[in-house]
Ligand binder design. Structure first.
Ligand SMILES: Cc1ncc(C[n+]2csc(CCOP(=O)(O)OP(=O)(O)O)c2C)c(N)n1
Length: 344
């Protein structure tokens, strides 16, 4: 697959405020360091089910998520912890969810990123690949019917996910109705063990935008500033009635599909090449050149703060109880009251 193009960038790196530069640094590190903690917990047998990391894809999640506004509605996928956190979900809730704790967002009834929070504009993730896109197209249709020109719906989908029928039906409807909808195809090279060239004969996923008669934007998914800049452009297009927009983030999945998968089917040289494009290292290098960026000492301090916060979260969440069997039938349907969970 094509690697991000070096050289001339389409955006002006001096156009970002120092607050934006700091926030992006904070969330990219929070994303990475939280997943490192979750990996330790996984190896200790504390995680229920799989652990789906986004190592190497943090810039895509954080940059695109940061471009969304409070009033927007987002449907993130398993590689998008960054989106969840940018929109205000706490690392503590994410840990509790991964460990199926009764106090977690789904009260231990589901795990990993299978949760939402409408108070933060997050629509619940749908596990069946592609189905979330249709839900989010429906959300965009509701936005249009309610005449809310300030709102846009966003979703993220993998290169594998976009090969199925849901994608076609959803994108077609969104395009016909000119909905305020942004679909970010996170092209990380592989759909589980299937490489790009066995998913599609076309060279770039963004080319599909032409078939739907809508704009397409391809961007370097390992450059957080480009991800933010490109998604803001897509959002503005939607607000001008030029949507929907298909975006393609060119990035790479450094780990396997999940932590149980050693990704032996991915050539090691390819992984090594992409490690040279690490989004955090690239952002550090960019920050060194920007006059309004946090200094190296400030960045060290931010990372230390994140580590402290994560240690507190682990200490707090680990002893929390999982739900008791008797509570299993409660809180399953909308409108039902959350069951009181007795302590263990
Ligand atoms: C309809 C459907 N088929 C199969 C699966 C099992 N499955 C979950 S994730 C995945 C691979 C997804 O690949 P991709 O969309 O490229 O996203 P990535 O994991 O690379 O981020 C598969 C096959 C599923 N969830 N839904």
């Amino acid at each position: 697959m094509a690697e991000p193009t070096a050289g001339q960038k389409p955006y002006d790196p001096l156009a970002f405020s120092s607050q934006e530069l700091r926030d992006l640094y904070w969330f990219m590190n929070l994303n990475r360091l939280l997943e490192e903690r979750l990996t330790v917990l996984y190896r200790q047998g504390q995680i229920v089910g799989g652990l789906y990391r986004s190592l190497g894809q943090e810039a895509t999640s954080v940059g695109t998520g940061y471009a969304t506004l409070k009033q927007d509605l987002v449907g993130p996928m398993i590689r998008n912890l960054g989106v969840f956190m940018v929109r205000g979900v706490s690392p503590q809730d994410i840990m509790a969810q991964y460990m199926a704790k009764a106090s977690g967002p789904t009260m231990g009834r589901d795990v990993n990123t299978h949760f939402g929070d409408l108070s933060k504009g997050i629509v619940i993730t749908t596990s069946m690949l592609g189905a979330l896109l249709e839900v989010m197209v429906g959300t965009a249709l509701a936005i249009k019917l309610q005449k809310r020109p300030d709102q846009v719906a966003f979703t993220w989908i993998g290169d594998g996910g976009q090969t199925n029928g849901y994608f076609h039906e959803g994108m077609n409807l969104a395009a016909v109705k000119k909905l305020p909808f942004v679909c970010i195809i996170e092209n990380n090279g592989y759909s589980y063990s299937t490489p790009n060239h066995r998913e599609t004969p076309i060279s770039q996923f963004v080319l599909k935008a032409r078939a739907y008669g809508c704009p397409g934007i391809r961007f370097d998914g390992n450059d957080v500033l480009e991800a933010l800049w490109a998604t803001r452009r897509a959002r503005a297009m939607c607000q001008r009635g030029e949507g929907p927009v298909i975006m393609e983030a060119v990035t790479f999945r450094i780990r396997g599909h999940a932590e149980h998968d050693d990704a032996g089917y991915v050539p090691r040289e390819l992984v090594e090449r992409w490690k040279q494009q690490d989004p955090l290292a690239r952002y550090e290098a960019q920050l060194d050149t920007l006059p309004n960026a946090p200094t190296r000492a400030e960045r060290d301090e931010m990372r230390a703060q994140i580590q402290g916060l994560l240690t507190e979260c682990v200490d707090k969440v680990l002893p929390m109880p999982q739900p008791r069997g008797e509570s299993a039938m409660g809180g399953v349907y909308a409108g039902e009251k959350r069951p009181a969970v007795p302590p263990m």
